[in-house]
Ligand binder design. Sequence first.
Ligand code: IPM
Ligand code: MG
Length: 368
Amino acid sequence: MTEKIAVFPGDGIGEEIAEEAIKILDVVNHKYGFSIEIEKALVGGVAYEKCGNPLPDDTLQLAIDSDAILLAAVGGPQWESLDYSVRPERALLGLRAKLDLFANLRPAKIDPALIDSSTLKREVVEGIDIMVVRELVGGIYFGEPKGVTKNKDGVEKGINTLVYTTPEIERIARVAFEMAQIRNKRVCSVDKANVLESTELWRRVVTEVHNDYKDVDLSHMYVDNCAMQLVRYPRQFDVIVTTNLFGDILSDEAAMLTGSIGMLPSASLGSEKHIRDNLDYGYKGMYEPVHGSAPDIADQNKANPIAIILSVAMMMKYTFGYPDAAKDIEDAIQNVLNGGYRTQDIYTKGMKQVGTKEMGQLIASSIK
Ligand code: IPM
Ligand code: MG
């Protein structure tokens, strides 16, 4: 049975790094005798230019028909003045909402070879291994009412609404507890329950769901304290589960601890199971590097393809149930880094600087 992967290169460095990810998919496809089928489509600014819509219907349909989606990056300065409804970022929000990809997993793990790239002291960041589980299709990003209105007196009013329902909180809490069970068995739920009623509900529901996962330790933290604790003593965290907006902010902070945003992958999972040979393996999902489209270095063979390649590894794990292939990819990256190869963003003195294509090729060869 074929596994269908939709590849959406998007904008900026997207095309270049997607090429390297496809190289890796080809290699594992061959090595393990998978029958992975890849189909590309336009998304983001390039799609807007061609079709007037950052998420064209055929792109959305391909996403619906695929088992997994690999999205490189969207956005760029030339589209920043566009109306909200057609900005490249809308494509991301549209895919998340239409596919109900409610669970966003953003690992922030420090690579020992790159520890000195962090802006924080070695003793603070050494050994960090955090998984931010961000709720992705609810909260203030999607709550109603929303929008900007004008009163008769000409005063404008901008509204967004923070809404969470019990089922929305329950399902993301379960993902966090199950993730903790295969990690270090600690969940920290982050809210602003001292001020915001909807997150008071969040805290109550997470606490109730915890009854089903007594092997996991649960703690609660207010978001402002969490932002501080992340730079004070990040090793205290294993899994952080939080709302859409808090997760957006805290995952960037957690990413920065590692000093190499060009190395961080992410997965956005739905509730639809991936079935192969009548067995279910994982969840349909969309996989993306955490970094953006970096238009300033696009088309110069400078971008670091590691984050998107690690996103492929997450796809092998969380959608297809091929942990060996995932481990192969991760090990190959380690080998290449241990060999001293670096793209410019992670380059330090004495290392060998390589471009996007060379980095992809080195990793691909190391898998074979
Ligand atoms: C992210 C991004 C997106 C978000 C934007 C581009 C819509 O910041 O994936 O974290 O806010 O979710
Ligand atoms: Mg963000």
